[in-house]
Design a protein around this ligand. Structure first.
Ligand code: IMP
Ligand code: MG
Length: 179
């Protein structure tokens, strides 16, 4: 285990197993459709690539980068589009792939943007849900794991851009971000 972590929450194997189940559920729900799968950068990049490899559907992928965080561990509440989609979403079924839902501010904003572009449907697929932290009534359609309030890293998730490449997900030691 990396020395900045206090505990491993989800091993690489348990993540892979859950991602496979999620991809199978999405395949059933979108049979006969060709959705656009939107990766919310940067945190969702590993989850997205594992997920779409197992999604046996004629999908298109696109990427968007939104920031609500800066480099701290607290949400700023300010959402900015850093990189927009390349594909038009009008009349399309959109699946947003996100690493983690915390306050829900980022996704509420993103859904609002895509609704105004007249997407046909919008669903959210998030690997991790921190439900106790929700600032507004927001529910994702597909959730990998629910966790209590803790700051986690790995499998795409970072602290100040570090630890995204860990193959597992773990809880960061509080002394790492309070020092
Ligand atoms: P929200 O807008 O508060 O829901 O924030 C969601 C974003 O905050 C996620 O896409 C992550 O980038 C980041 N985030 C929230 N919690 C964590 C965490 O525990 N570890 C790493 N990033 C997090
Ligand atoms: Mg993110």
């Amino acid at each position: 285990m990396h020395p900045d972590l206090q505990e491993i929450l989800f091993s690489s194997e348990s993540i892979q197993q859950r991602v496979t189940e999620m991809a199978q559920q999405i395949k059933v729900d979108y049979e006969g459709k060709n959705p656009i799968v939107v990766c919310v950068l940067k945190g969702a990049f590993i989850f997205m690539s594992d997920l779409v490899k197992q999604m046996d559907l004629p999908i298109e992928v696109d990427f968007m980068s939104i920031s609500s965080y800066g480099t701290s561990t607290k949400s700023s509440g300010v959402v900015r589009i850093l990189k927009d989609l390349d594909l038009p979403v009008e009349g399309r079924n959109v699946i947003i792939v996100e690493d983690i839902i915390d306050t829900g501010l980022t996704l509420s904003y993103l859904i609002d943007v895509l609704e105004r572009r007249n997407a046909l449907s919008i669903k959210v697929c998030a690997l991790i849900d921190k439900k106790s932290r929700r600032a507004m009534g927001f529910e994702a359609d597909y959730i990998g794991f629910s966790i209590p309030d803790a700051f986690i890293v790995g499998y795409g998730l970072d602290y100040a851009e570090k630890h995204r490449n860990l193959p597992y997900i773990g809880i960061l030691k509080p002394q790492v971000y309070t020092k």
